[in-house]
Design a protein around this ligand. Structure first.
Ligand code: 2AM
Length: 189
């Protein structure tokens, strides 16, 4: 049934202090951008789209089993730099980079993809490009991407240890999406 579909994605959370710091920088961005709410900032590993509870059960089972059989240790992530997507033409997204990209993050994204395929979802065709979406450009607004980049410091934002990943649900609302964790998977210390 359509009504049991939920918009879901797999993500890693960001350290609270770092989110607050990023939120302060995002607060100075012009109206042409819609900043992501501070509490919603995250790094997406895999976007699953509108999936059924059955597909979700397969995804959860796959991830749980995968982490039991082949545990992954916590790893550090570092946020650094910023950019636009797409990098040429009218920008849609202002992002903060992950640099260097931890091997652990790539491995988690790989498992998130494995879970999608196990659930019968279409495989992701685009390569994994880890980033933190800071703000989205409002449609129909003329804005100079380079000028906006100059408003956001090109800096190191911080480092934290990733100890878990979360299957998130996303509820679209006029004031912006509401993200809620449906299931948290701990990495093995
Ligand atoms: P983004 O941050 O680069 O926009 C929840 O929507 C998360 O899933 C966002 O972090 C978003 O990435 C990611 N995502 C990836 N593909 C998506 C898609 N086709 N539609 C919506 N969100 C997508």
């Amino acid at each position: 049934a359509l009504e049991d579909r939920r918009r879901c994605f797999l993500a890693v959370a960001i350290d609270e202090k770092i989110k607050e710091e990023i939120g302060r920088a995002a607060a100075v961005l012009p109206r042409a951008l819609r900043p992501v709410a501070v509490e919603s900032l995250h790094v997406t590993l895999r976007f699953y789209g509108e999936i059924t509870s059955r597909e979700r059960a397969v995804i959860e089972g796959y991830l749980g089993e995968s982490l039991r059989r082949d545990p992954l240790s916590p790893f550090f992530l570092r946020l650094r730099g910023r950019g636009l997507f797409p990098s040429r033409g009218a920008p849609r997204v202002l992002w903060i980079g992950l640099s260097p990209v931890a091997d652990g993050l790539i491995e988690l994204a790989r498992r998130g993809e494995g879970a999608a395929v196990a659930a019968g979802l279409p495989p992701e065709r685009r390569p994994f490009s880890p980033h933190l979406t800071l703000a989205r450009f409002r449609e129909g607004q003329k804005s100079d991407g380079q000028e906006i980049l100059s408003l956001l410091p090109d800096r190191f934002w911080g480092e934290w240890a990733v100890k878990s990943l979360s299957l998130m649900s996303s509820t679209l609302r006029p004031q912006g999406p509401l993200y809620r964790p449906l299931r948290v998977f701990d990495l093995k210390e």
